[in-house]
Design a protein around this ligand. Structure first.
Ligand SMILES: Cc1cc2nc3c(=O)[nH]c(=O)nc-3n(C[C@H](O)[C@H](O)[C@H](O)COP(=O)(O)O)c2cc1C
Length: 86
């Protein structure tokens, strides 16, 4: 079975968990969901939350930095991200 582990992480926790999952699935491919540098504050979660909320309200979604792989190649895609405004 072909597996993709796609991960977004703002401060590193989700990335560490995804690494642990990847350790158990050594044949899985990885995809880092990333937005352009400078999009969010790297230290202020409240400013980041406000920005993300505004993006959702306006539908102004960010371009992904890394080109998406061919998702049709995968039997299973594990998507991991932090909870924001949940
Ligand atoms: C912008 C922002 C908004 C967040 N909103 C929530 C929330 O609404 N509820 C919650 O339980 N945690 C919230 N968190 C905490 C993160 O979900 C949590 O710390 C997560 O483990 C961080 O993962 P990361 O290190 O991969 O970014 C928020 C964090 C950030 C940066």
């Amino acid at each position: 079975m072909k597996i993709l582990i796609a991960t977004y992480s703002w401060s590193g926790r989700t990335a560490r968990l995804a690494d642990q999952i990847a350790d158990r699935l050594p044949d899985a491919d990885r995809y880092q969901i990333a937005v352009p540098d400078g999009t969010y504050s790297v230290t202020d979660m409240y400013a980041t939350s406000d920005q993300a909320t505004q993006q959702l309200k306006t539908g102004n979604y960010l371009a992904l930095v890394n080109p998406l792989p061919d998702l049709g190649r995968y039997d299973l895609i594990l998507v991991s991200s932090p909870v924001w405004s949940g």
